[in-house]
Design a protein around this ligand. Structure first.
Ligand code: FMN
Length: 256
């Protein structure tokens, strides 16, 4: 028997949480949600627990995570849990996740949120190092506890999947996936391609040695945050803002 932990992560927070949870649970396969997956898990008797770990965006489930789960066939009677990393407030993302999982044939048993440093550089800069360190060490402890509780298959009786459907991110922000038109590339770009390799939707291609942005951007901030030259900006407003990436995660771990 094994566990599967599906994750999506722009700057490493959710991957770091997923790694800790996997270690606590043992026998866990970590699978990135950036690759399409139409796995039929409904009759797979080798799986004991399924988890989804991802960041909250605008109080909602990121579109890439939503469509990934919608394409799965989930088993009815297996323990399924969610872990949502957040910079502040997660809104009703747990209820939305319960509905998506329900529609894919499963049942969400528990959903935890984990506060971590906010990464939305289009809105705010990275927090000071000392604040980041405090948040990261309490997040690490929380992830360990989640791993223990998921191992025990803790159930939250208050989770409802039959409330009126929550608005998805694309309903809340109809132009969300076209935010990419506002990226700019500074002349100090060296053409190293980290942005193209890390972009979860292959939205960045190299044109004459420089990144070019198409129109399927998840706004995960990975390209801005991981650029070693600080050469990618969003509407110029991010130009002088401190970058953030989880200190324990390497860019290669997030490459497609
Ligand atoms: C587009 C976007 C929207 C966000 N919206 C929220 C939000 O509504 N509430 C919140 O607490 N954090 C929000 N955040 C912060 C992230 O959820 C948080 O930093 C998360 O841990 C990042 O995870 P990652 O490093 O795995 O990508 C947002 C971040 C981005 C990029």
């Amino acid at each position: 028997m094994e566990n599967i932990l599906y994750y999506f992560s722009g700057t490493g927070n959710s991957l770091a949480a997923a790694q800790t949870i996997a270690q606590e649970m043992g026998e866990t396969r970590l699978v990135s949600m950036v690759h399409e997956n139409t796995e039929d898990l409904a009759d797979d008797s080798t799986i004991e627990r399924i988890g989804f770990v991802f960041p909250v965006y605008y109080g909602a489930v990121p579109p890439i995570v939503r469509s990934f789960i919608e394409n799965l066939k989930l088993p009815e009677n297996i323990y399924i849990f969610g872990v949502i990393t957040k910079g502040g407030l997660a809104g009703s993302v747990q209820d939305e996740l319960a509905e998506i999982i329900n529609a894919a044939g499963g049942k969400l048993s528990y959903a935890w949120t984990v506060r971590m440093p906010g990464n939305y550089i289009a809105m705010y800069p990275a927090l000071p190092d000392i604040v980041q360190q405090k948040l990261l060490s309490s997040a690490e402890r929380k992830a360990e506890t989640i791993g223990e509780k998921a191992k025990l298959k803790l159930i939250d009786q208050n989770i409802k999947a039959d409330s009126p459907p929550r608005k998805s991110l694309l309903q809340k922000q109809p132009g969300y996936l076209t935010f990419a038109k506002d990226y700019r590339v500074h002349s100090r770009c060296t053409g190293c391609q980290i942005c193209a390799k890390i972009c979860p939707t292959k939205n960045i291609t190299m044109v004459v040695g420089k990144p070019h942005f198409a129109s399927n951007c998840q706004h995960c901030m990975a390209c801005i945050q991981w650029c070693p030259m600080g050469a990618i900006t969003y509407k110029e407003r991010t130009a002088n803002r401190a970058r953030y990436r989880h200190p324990e995660i390497k860019s290669e771990e997030l490459f497609r």
